[in-house]
Ligand binder design. Structure first.
Ligand code: GLU
Length: 436
């Protein structure tokens, strides 16, 4: 098969190459200037629901970037990328909600999507939905190199394969013999399918990458005939998993990439150094490693954060915070209930870093930003969230805030959430005296 011809057949309009994009988005720092500078991002989906998990991750991102420095002393960058490739989930005004809700807790982005649905920075577009031609240029290049191929299998065919695999107690998915049919289509067959208007996805042609190694960032190990990858996670240390063998979808039928592909291309081109994301992504890491290897991109440092857990009031067991059962999962809850953002921040830091409480005891008056946050002190098991503890910490935090600032905060809160009480609080001097 002439892969160049196939690439042109699939993507006739794509004329930029990966090299062009490397030039458009150069590295942020020359290697001799970079020092230990860190670039992080938050990649929320614009579903309109912003939760404690987002804030938890955003704190890590923000601290890592802003604590770090290039040799010039300039701090790192924290940017906002909107992961809106799934249009079903787009909710009007969601970006504003994300920026405002995190802003309430003192989280500010240096770059990326902005309030007015615009963006700031040189590495955009920061909305994945606007990056179609970029992803397609990279997919086209993979097709050209024989690393990806079109797959015309219908939902029914996929379902039949799945049932067969389930019946045989095999791993589900498209790999090995299940991938053969699509992998072996001839150029003429593909051309005819396209002429008939058949819809298709593009799949990764998975293969052994153990000769790569990503400049030492990935180690391969053979365990009884199975290839394992080892990656150093900044929170979890050495993570070992079987290498990917699935021909995963990288481009959906509508030309939009899957999360896997968008993550790899975006974090590379936006020059992210540290990817902080929830532990639910850990199991797809082998797919990402294979994509980084094949695209020839340097692997970022992964920081897979622990899931937020709570003790269930009824059963007494630990469980994940749930959107349906736990109002405290929503960030709006804290604002509405009148929690001071500093208290929530202080509490999250105690969950995030095991040495924060000790530091606080030694530095009772210090600003939280003076605390040196490290990923090594983060727990990789479930982080336990407890409202009673938050209330406790809240008392200490409120004592440290000057009364007139607290008066402003209280008045703002009352105007929004208890307007009937607001007039009673308008005499700010008096209010400050009471609070003192
Ligand atoms: N859009 C993904 C999410 O909302 C982001 C995951 C990541 O940070 O890579 O979970």
């Amino acid at each position: 098969m002439d892969n160049n011809k196939l690439a042109d057949l699939l993507f006739p309009e794509i004329d930029k190459t990966p090299e062009d994009y490397e030039k458009i988005y150069p590295t942020r720092w020359d290697s001799d200037e970079a020092g230990d500078v860190i670039v992080t991002r938050l990649g929320p989906s614009p579903t309109g629901f912003i939760h404690l998990g987002n804030l938890y991750g955003a704190f890590v991102d923000e601290r890592l970037a802003h604590q770090s420095q290039a040799n010039s002393g300039e701090p790192g960058t924290f940017y906002l990328r909107i992961e809106d490739t799934d249009d079903k989930r787009y909710v009007e005004g969601a970006v504003e909600t994300i920026i405002k809700s995190l802003g309430f807790f003192g989280i500010r982005f240096d770059e990326g999507a902005t309030m007015d649905d615009g963006s700031k920075g040189e590495y955009g577009p920061y909305y994945q939905s606007q990056r179609g031609p970029i992803y397609q240029a990279f997919v086209k290049d993979m097709v050209r190199k024989g690393q990806a191929y079109p797959c015309f299998m219908t939902e029914d065919e996929l379902a039949a394969i799945r049932s067969e695999q389930e019946a045989n107690k095999e791993t589900t998915g498209i790999y090995g013999k299940y991938a053969e049919k699509s992998r072996n289509l001839s150029y003429e067959e593909i051309e005819a399918n396209i002429a008939e208007g058949k819809s298709y996805v593009v799949r990764l042609k998975s293969s052994d990458t153990s000769g790569c190694g990503n400049g030492g960032k990935v180690r391969y190990e053979d365990r009884e005939g199975v290839t394992y990858i080892h990656v150093q996670d900044a929170i979890r240390g050495d993570v070992a998993m079987p290498a990917n063998d699935q021909d995963v979808v990288i481009l959906k039928a509508n030309g939009i990439p899957t999360y896997h592909f968008a993550h790899v291309v975006d974090d590379h081109l936006m020059r992210t150094t540290h990817v902080v994301r929830g532990e639910e992504w850990l199991m797809s890491l082998p797919i990402h490693v294979e994509l980084f290897e094949k695209l020839g991109f340097e692997l970022p440092t992964y920081c897979h954060t622990a899931v937020l857990m709570k003790i269930d009031e009824e059963t007494g067991n630990k469980r994940k915070l749930s959107k349906r059962k736990d109002p405290e999962l929503s960030l709006g809850y804290y604002r509405k209930e009148g929690y001071h953002p500093q208290a929530v921040k202080e509490y999250l830091l105690t969950i995030l870093n095991s040495n924060f409480e000790e530091w606080r005891a030694e530095n009772p008056e210090a600003d939280t930003d003076e605390f040196k946050f490290t990923t090594e002190k983060m727990s990789s098991g479930g982080a336990l969230f407890d409202l009673d503890k938050l209330n406790d910490i809240s008392k200490d935090v409120l004592l440290r805030i000057p009364a007139d600032e607290l008066a402003d905060f209280l008045l703002d809160w009352a105007r929004e959430f208890k307007p009937q009480a607001a007039p009673l609080l308008e005499d700010k001097e008096y209010l400050a005296k009471i609070l003192d």
